[in-house]
Design a protein around this ligand. Sequence first.
Ligand SMILES: [Zn+2]
Length: 197
Amino acid sequence: MPRFLFVPYREKEQVKALGAKWDRQENKWYIPDGISEEPFTRWLLVNTINVRSKMYCLAKSHEICWKCGHDSPVFSFFLPVGEVTNWDEHGEYWNTFPCAMLCNVRYLPDNITSIIRHALPQYRIDFSKTVGYPYYMNHCVKCGARSGDFFLHGELGSAFNPNECNPDEISFLDLHEPFQAYATWHTSSVLCELHVG
Ligand SMILES: [Zn+2]
């Protein structure tokens, strides 16, 4: 599997100078065999997990595109009550949380990426200038503009961080399969109750 990089256009000369090559079929830069990943960390997805659960949900909400004004569907992963999260850097301390809405997803295993590649083409890896690394990001279905997780999750009342006024905006699709990822997360009693119903 080639080690693909997710590079903003204005940083392409930088990765080229470090030895990255352009894959014409994939339209992506990649690290050729025999070259260390170390200088490329900024443009790579992580290759480890910090969250896992016995099942997961695809959470759907919507957001008005900042660029074209289209009301576009947006997605995230939600882990329901009783699931397990790990925040130990060495993978030693696993902790249970009431529920978790994931954001800034930096790693997903192949069984999940193959689902979203077909079902949710607008939820794909892109480089975020806000956080300075690539993650699975929503894009407007009409114009393709990026819809960063900071705006979808950050503030109370945003698409995936409901308060009492907008809980109905989120719907869940339960998927009864094991889940793993590397991501940031947030939780709230409104979110947990929303999935329980
Ligand atoms: Zn748009």
